[in-house]
Design a protein around this ligand. Structure first.
Ligand SMILES: CC(C)(COP(=O)(O)OP(=O)(O)OC[C@H]1O[C@@H](n2cnc3c(N)ncnc32)[C@H](O)[C@@H]1O)[C@@H](O)C(=O)NCCC(=O)NCCS
Ligand SMILES: Nc1ncnc2c1ncn2[C@@H]1O[C@H](COP(=O)(O)OP(=O)(O)OP(=O)(O)O)[C@@H](O)[C@H]1O
Length: 202
């Protein structure tokens, strides 16, 4: 089967991945959000549920049986080993789910996959190109303070568990500057025209 060009959009917490992906979506491009899809799967995939409970205990799900993200977040972002183990449970299922999703969008000129952690050097998965969304750390922290109910310490703990800006740069084919000085829409349109035409150059 002929698959569409697969573009990864990544960046640290608060960089603006979702905002950028909304712009691609407005242009008619299918977007796969790995964070939200992972959460859906963690609520519905029995193998994941069983393994998450074995790893983190039954409190990982609330009284209604829903994934208790604030509880899990409070455990794993403080503990690298636990986060690695949780990733090892969830990621293979998300990878397969992503591959199925791409096949279902085979007629699109290209598709976009949004994820915070696709971007370890050498870990490009099936991606043809990686776009890194960048913004200064302090701006990212202040955005999340406004968006979420997280404390500044929690946000900085997440940043610490994520791939560093330097690592991200190593796998980037393109950058989007989301520092609120440079306009986003022209940057997204430029990439859209490149990807749509299958013409790849910086
Ligand atoms: C830890 C969990 C419970 C936190 O959920 P919560 O709704 O509180 O926060 P949210 O999902 O918005 O994540 C907060 C920030 O952390 C980032 N993040 C999420 N998981 C990870 C991870 N495994 N490694 C690094 N950063 C991560 C997100 O991209 C976001 O920037 C949840 O994200 C989770 O189960 N993560 C592990 C699965 C995973 O890796 N998902 C990512 C896609 S495969
Ligand atoms: N250019 C911008 N101007 C104003 N607000 C912005 C801009 N970019 C992002 N934001 C705001 O900052 C917050 C974080 O952006 P967004 O959710 O897109 O980041 P993200 O990288 O997807 O974060 P996460 O990794 O947590 O999912 C959101 O509330 C968003 O509306």
């Amino acid at each position: 089967m002929l698959l569409p060009l697969q573009i990864g959009i990544t960046g640290g917490i608060g960089s603006g991945k979702s905002v950028v992906c909304k712009l691609f979506s407005c242009l008619g491009i299918p977007v796969y959000n790995a964070d939200s899809r992972a959460k859906w799967l963690t609520n519905h995939n029995l193998q994941i549920i069983k393994s998450v409970v074995a790893l983190l205990g039954s409190d990982a799900y609330d009284a209604e049986g829903l994934y208790n993200t604030s509880y899990v977040s409070s455990l794993v972002f403080k503990n690298e080993d636990l986060l690695k183990k949780l990733n090892a449970i969830i990621h293979p299922v998300v990878m397969q789910d992503t591959a199925d999703w791409v096949e279902n969008h085979a007629t699109s000129p290209y598709v976009v996959k949004e994820a915070a952690i696709m971007n370890k050097a050498g870990d490009r998965n099936a991606l043809d190109f990686v776009v890194v969304v960048e913004a200064p750390l302090e701006l990212r922290v202040s955005r999340i303070l406004q968006r979420d109910k997280r404390s500044e310490d929690e946000i900085r703990a997440i940043v610490k568990r994520q791939v560093s800006d330097e690592e991200r740069k190593k796998v980037a084919d393109f950058f989007i500057n989301n520092d609120e000085e440079s306009a986003l829409i022209p940057q997204v349109l430029k990439l859209h025209n490149i990807f749509k035409a299958g013409k790849i150059s910086n």
